[in-house]
Design a protein around this ligand. Structure first.
Ligand code: FAD
Length: 299
């Protein structure tokens, strides 16, 4: 099923993101997570893509297994890192042959140690080029990444929006945001996107802060602000993992409740391959009121 069409039809969307596991044990755990979250009947699930050929195989393996063994619409992420346009065309062609008709088209981060992204030989510089390639192959609903606080390398929010518009105009049907923890960045982004003439669904990416230290480091690297009031809540939790998880669930529930109150009906959860926090947040929100056909996890 094409995600762009599904979102249009329902006017709402719930999705979960996973990363490809490194070994069989981690894969078994991921599929337990999938079994738990499946009962929410998500609109789609997605699987991230790392640099290098091995990582590509892992993403493909998980996507095809999800397709084979579950009723879920599974979308692979694909990046331009370390691959020529011919190689990317081959990957997209192969997915199509396997009945995968959605892709999240990304440029990818500069490889480890490199300061900036350098296009591989006969490869692409920007996600826009990958969107164009997927359009030229045909039959894909295409998603792209967007950045409420601006992409970390962008010289200004204005230039970032200019390139975002270009990327969407190249043929994207929907966009998913980088994590953010202060909804004002998202509302401001929506306003700027509307002014720029962007009309596709923009799905907020929600990351429950299940590991405060790790997620703070990650957010600093990607330019997402960790508000002081959230940091204070975690510091009060001290070393208790139970209390920290409780706060993570509360914070993400409050964030999503505010989005709902402000008319947002799309939610993409970064699961980190774990179901507990995300399950609690989705159960807390009663997302059925959006018309999403959700049953409590476990049923
Ligand atoms: P682009 O849209 O190409 O933008 C990259 C930079 O170039 C931006 O600063 C932009 O403003 C600028 N730019 C764009 N076009 C032009 C132009 N014509 N001229 C000059 N500058 C331009 N990474 C992974 O490796 N694997 C994943 O699976 C993955 N999944 C992600 C999922 C989501 C929802 C998000 C938000 C990010 C994900 N990422 C992933 C991270 C992403 O690859 C990085 O953020 C990367 O640095 C940028 O990718 P992009 O597709 O947004 O790039």
């Amino acid at each position: 099923m094409k995600i762009g069409e599904l979102i249009k039809k329902h006017g709402s969307s719930l999705s979960f993101e996973f990363f490809p596991p490194k070994d069989e044990t981690a894969e078994a755990k991921l599929f337990q997570t999938v079994a738990q979250l499946k009962s929410f009947k998500p609109t789609f699930v997605s699987v991230t893509y790392g640099a290098g050929g091995g990582a590509m195989k892992n993403t493909r393996h998980i996507i095809l297994r999800l397709k084979r063994e579950t009723p879920l619409t599974a979308m692979p992420h694909l990046t331009c890192v370390d691959q020529s346009m011919d190689e990317l065309a081959k990957i997209l062609g192969d997915y199509k042959e396997h009945g995968i008709d959605n892709v999240l088209a990304l440029r990818g981060d500069p490889p480890k140690g490199a300061k900036e992204f350098v296009a591989p030989k006969n490869g692409f510089c920007y996600a826009t080029d990958l969107v164009k390639l997927a359009v030229s192959i045909g039959g894909y609903s295409i998603g792209v990444a967007v950045y409420p606080e601006g992409h970390i390398e962008a010289p200004s929010l204005e230039m970032d929006m200019h390139y975002t518009k270009q990327k969407i105009d190249a043929g994207a049907d929907f966009a998913i945001t980088q994590m953010f923890f202060d909804n004002h960045f998202f509302y401001d982004f929506l306003e700027r996107a509307e002014k720029a003439g962007i009309a596709i669904p923009i799905i907020p990416g929600i990351l429950p802060i299940t590991d405060f230290e790790r997620i703070t480091k990650f957010s600093q690297k990607s330019g997402a602000t960790m508000p002081d009031h959230i940091a204070r809540r975690f510091s009060r939790a001290g070393a208790s993992p139970e209390e920290a998880e409780k706060i993570a669930i509360e914070v993400a529930t409050e964030q999503c409740a505010d989005l709902l109150e402000n008319g947002i009906s799309y939610f993409h959860f970064y699961t980190l391959n774990q179901s507990r926090a995300v399950t609690a947040v989705v159960n807390n929100l009663s997302l059925e009121r959006l018309g999403l056909k959700i049953s409590p996890a476990g049923e």
